[in-house]
Design a protein around this ligand. Structure first.
Ligand code: DI6
Ligand code: FE
Length: 414
């Protein structure tokens, strides 16, 4: 089994979300794709000190867990730049959606796109995220809105994982918006999602979790409950786009059912927060959508903190409300727009993002036994990651013990 040693690192272990878990002047040993040992340089066990072990000297640079983008829609065709121009002239996002644009316009382009075009466009978005140290990401369907097109999107997501050194979680989002075939028949579409689309995607082995858009311009709490009944009868975890543009009470419905996460939450009532805490449901904040839609109402961050709800941060990368191809920038926005601390932002893209995907036993922190997914950064201060805008201090990334990118300068000879 191949052994590797990374030495002279400033580790930020993120073993919980209360501190960076810093170990200065540390080393980390990797065996069989997992973390075998970590601790101070002065106490490296002999078995990891042999000359034959492949080793990298970090020269005291920061080493963190690999970043996790736990909410994305990176598989889609085309763009919505024309809609952006309209919105700048004062036409609202909801107005555009209600008049057949918005998600439906991306649906048309996605249905019409060949598998190869869809793959190539998603692959280049993925490259941008990977270049900044993302080692796991979630990808939702939701721009197909019929059986074949939803499956096409999820197959593209699966192929992205096969072709790249990255972990991908696939989420079925058939209940994203109403497709034109079902105008004024939302309940009939939800029946089709429950009885045809979701079972077909599930049987094809393409679904790790089920999501929906619970909002005035999309589906009601009752309609989402029907989708979740079906998801849970198939044994699938659930999550929900909730309280983004209005308050419907979807977040507490999802939390009561043990949802992994509820996402967006600008309109969440502080009174609803204890239920999230009781059910270990992660609050996923998406500052890219808040920024793009020029929102003013912020998620109730202080109430989430006070009740100990784990907070995650994601890009929500999508062509309409969040064309944000940078998780580091999402972290910066979470600090500046939502008053998160840089620690909360980093916990939000590591340990808490792993919880939002139900993967925290295997990834999200530097701990013995977890996967060796990690990033070496060109700084020794973890606050730098959320502080900079448009810089990319990622030097090296390892996934499951294998270097994916390694541009570490040689250690200073002096
Ligand atoms: N909320 C969002 O922000 C994205 N989906 C959702 O339910 C927007 C998707 C889009 O505008 O294409
Ligand atoms: Fe989203």
């Amino acid at each position: 089994m191949s052994l590797k040693l990374i030495s002279n690192a400033s580790l930020a272990t993120l073993q919980d979300d209360q501190s960076y878990g810093l170990i200065p002047s540390a080393a980390i040993a990797i065996e069989g794709g997992k973390i075998a040992w970590l601790g101070p340089m002065s106490s490296i066990p002999d078995q990891f000190l042999s000359d034959s072990i492949e080793s990298v000297d970090c020269n005291n640079r920061l080493l963190t867990p690999g970043l996790i983008d736990c909410h994305t829609h990176i598989v889609y065709a085309g763009d919505r730049a024309t809609e952006f121009e309209k919105r700048l002239q004062g036409v609202g996002y909801e107005e555009i959606a209600r008049s057949g644009g918005g998600i439906n316009s991306t649906m048309t382009q996605t249905r019409n796109a060949s598998w190869e075009i869809l793959f190539d466009q998603a692959n280049s978005r993925l490259a941008g995220l990977m270049n900044e140290g993302v080692t796991t990401l979630e990808i939702k369907s939701g721009y197909g809105l019929d059986r074949g097109s939803e499956i096409k999107m999820l197959e593209v997501a699966e192929q992205l994982e096969r072709d790249n050194p990255i972990r991908i979680q696939k989420t079925f989002l058939g209940a994203h918006t109403l497709p034109p075939e079902y105008v004024e028949q939302k309940d009939a579409y939800i029946d089709h999602v429950c009885n045809v689309m979701l079972p077909a995607a599930f049987e094809a082995g393409l679904v790790d979790a089920v999501d929906g858009f619970c909002d005035g311009i999309a589906f009601s709490v009752e309609q989402m409950e029907r989708v979740f009944d079906q998801a849970q009868s198939l044994g699938l975890p659930i999550k929900l786009h909730a309280e983004q543009l209005s308050y419907l009470g979807g977040a507490i419905m999802a939390a009561r059912r043990g949802a992994l996460s509820v996402d967006h939450l600008e309109h969440l009532h502080p009174d609803d927060v204890p239920l999230l805490a009781e059910n270990n449901t992660v609050a996923v904040l998406l500052p890219g959508a808040f920024y793009t839609l020029n929102e003013t109402l912020k998620p109730p961050v202080q109430a989430l903190r006070e009740h100990g709800v784990p907070i995650a941060i994601a890009t929500d990368l999508n062509p309409g409300s969040s064309p944000l191809n940078s998780l580091l920038l999402a972290m910066n926005m979470a600090c500046t727009l939502f008053s998160l601390t840089p620690l909360e932002a980093l916990a939000g893209t590591t340990i808490n993002a792993a919880k939002a995907l139900g993967l925290d036993k295997d990834i999200g922190s530097l701990e013995v036994g977890k996967a060796a997914d990690m990033v070496i950064w060109d700084t020794d201060n973890p606050a730098v990651l959320a502080y900079q805008i448009g810089a990319n201090p990622c030097l090296s990334t390892m996934v499951a013990g294998e270097w994916r990118k390694n541009i570490m300068p040689s250690p200073d000879p002096s």
